[in-house]
Design a protein around this ligand. Structure first.
Ligand code: NDP
Length: 235
């Protein structure tokens, strides 16, 4: 049974990914979130009679080193000798639309802390478990708003900077560990708290598109930036 860890699974895309994974096949899913007691939909999912896979809800705040360490130990004890096949760094924060002229430095620091620092920290802590897997796949959920070559406009300055920095982190991760299959996916514009009601994709559709790409991953995906259709996005 493939093993998966998803960050930010309390709601939105992370919850959608967990839902798709446990509904469709015999996956073992570690759905992590900051506040398991408040993650009502995730708890309902874990009790759903239609699930086929196994779901473990694990407390993990991506910006809190102690929390990530404890989560890693918990996941390791459940996995036993088995490795972690897929790590999906999905947790992220967006900020209100802004322009360079009204950018708030404290918002920028907090967006980078979660979107970049959180991904670096979680990946570092879980690499020993990925090393025990034959797959070793790491997916960083990014956004086309972080692409300079594919600038879709809009204000979003702080968020775009944080995702461009996440893309650079991914590039550096690949350079340091070319033996792992690390790549980025933009999940499409999804109807989540972040994406809003006008978004074009239902959460389940976005999750399915992401999983289609992830399940087809080969070593050639390493270092690439894909959109939700699997098309390469310029940096
Ligand atoms: P949501 O705002 O709906 O959900 C964000 C998730 O991240 C929540 O589960 C939230 O947890 C979690 N999170 C935030 N900070 C932390 C933290 N410090 N530790 C752990 N979890 C945290 O966003 P989406 O589901 O829409 O976004 C998921 C990913 O997809 C993000 O990386 C986002 O940037 C990216 N993305 C989304 C798009 C969209 O259209 N929706 C488009 C392009 C990219 P909590 O409930 O505790 O706050």
């Amino acid at each position: 049974m493939p093993t998966w860890l998803i960050t930010g699974a309390s709601r939105g895309l992370g919850l959608g990914l967990a839902q798709e994974l446990i509904a469709s096949s015999d996956n073992i899913v570690f759905a992590t979130c900051r506040h398991p007691e408040e993650a009502k939909n995730l708890r309902l999912l874990s009790e759903s009679p239609s699930r086929k896979g196994s779901l473990f809800i694990i407390q993990l705040n991506v910006t809190d080193e102690a929390s990530v360490f404890i989560a890693q130990r918990e996941v390791e004890s459940i996995l036993g000798q088995r490795g972690l096949d897929f790590l999906i760094n999905n947790a992220g924060v967006a900020t209100k639309d802004d322009l360079p002229s009204n950018l708030s430095v404290s918002n920028l620091i907090s967006a980078v802390e979660t979107n970049v620092g959180g991904t670096a920290l979680v990946t570092r802590m879980f690499i020993p478990l990925l090393e025990r897997s034959a797959k070793k796949i790491i997916v960083n959920i990014t956004s086309t708003l972080g692409s300079i070559g594919n600038d879709t406009g809009g204000e979003h300055t702080t968020y775009s900077i944080s995702k461009a920095a996440l893309n650079m982190l991914t590039y550096k991760q690949v350079k340091e560990r070319p033996d792992l299959i690390t790549f980025m996916i933009h999940p499409g514009w999804c109807k989540t708290d972040m994406g809003g009601d006008n978004a074009t994709l239902e959460v389940a559709e976005g999750a399915r598109k992401v999983l289609r790409i992830v399940k087809g991953a080969t070593p050639e995906y390493t270092g690439k930036f894909f959109d939700e259709e699997g098309v390469i996005v310029p940096w």
